[in-house]
Design a protein around this ligand. Sequence first.
Ligand code: LLP
Length: 450
Amino acid sequence: MTDAAASLPVRRLSNWNAAELQMLVDDYGSPLYVLDLERVRENYRRLAAAFPDAEILYAVKANALGDVLATLREEGAGLECASAGEVQRALEAGASGSAVHYTAVNPPARDLDWIVDAWDDHPELTVTAGSADTIDRLADRGYDGRLCLRVNPGIGAGHHEKVQTGAAAKFGVPAERAVSVLKDAADRGFDVVGIHAHVGSGVSSDQLDDHREFVARLGELARDVNEALRASNSQTGSEATRETSELEFVDVGGGFGVPYRKDEEPLDLASVADATREALGEVDARLTIEPGRYFVADAGVLLTEVNTVKEGRDTVVAGVDAGMTTLIRPAMYDAYHPVRNLTVDAAPDSGTAGSSAAEGRETIPQTVAGPICESGDVFCSDRDLPASERGDLLAIGNAGAYGYEMANQYNSRPRPASVVLDGEDSRLSRRRETVDDVTRVEREARTVRD
Ligand code: LLP
């Protein structure tokens, strides 16, 4: 599906094959998410090669499509899940309990009930708690399985303030309280296996110092925790089992940034890996990482059809059938996503010097806007693109991470379909919703009520 770009460290929007993408929309309609599983594998293998001795979990929230989870499982990734729903998806994708980590952030009772039930069948799953309160709620439900503590190291990084988690009060137990919370949990019979923190999402190379400082704090904490656990073990005189003596892993979270703009370079993974190992220092525990975006961002595009072209007062607007309900990142974080006119690029003589398709379309600044009744519903403003015509197909790049996952039904808009590519094959992975899907839950409530 790409033009000779298979093993590049970054796949740009220009590397996708325009004619093939057009054919997918002919078959499956627009808007359409397309996700290339081979690219997901390449991304996994590159990262795994840079971190050969680390355990790798995939942060399911970046893209929870069953095909993605199954692909990454086959590659050897564990799955980090943010909710009972994600755990269910992980198990449905064939993950064993030992491959599943559930990260509880102010967990709804329904999630905890579900997880503790699932633990009966999958006693090897790991729960990461972000507060002593959550540990109490687990204990109330009879859980004394594998427990990891999310700590708040007081340092955050990431592409936007809304995704810098490492210092946000909402996440984790302040690092200085972690030893006593963990000691207490171990004394109460929990199987204390790890500590965890996540600095934020979309960390770039120029934030490497923050990453280093963040990991150094976790390394220091891991040494303190191990010492405390060993001491508590020798005091109680219990057998030196792994459960009571030492941490099994230190999870430094995800956050590996990817380039969205043409002129941005990919992360130098070797330096990130070196910085991580060096900052962590000597710790009797395995290093765990849990990236999401890195595996899927450039493996996905969103295809959308132009349905309206009009001259505004200061800009030409290309109205498209996808909107902030399909891909919310530009509206929510002012995130930049590349946009490409596939109809122009797929024209038979496009690219030939002096060709009619290339020549006939002037490049002009355009605002690409969706169908939602909010002024924030734009993918880009005044971006230089070939003059759009009604019926053109546009591709929005780097849509594989936090694209469909954050899609919603605002304005009662059904969510789009998702297609996966796997080598030469393409298949529907999730069907397009219909208006009937959108209104069904209300109709069902009426049936119960009446
Ligand atoms: N681990 C935890 C506990 C997390 O909360 C996250 C992301 C990750 C791992 C994976 O981070 P990644 O490697 O994907 O950066 N919706 C935002 C991103 C929010 C990330 C939330 N947590 C966006 O579209 O940029």
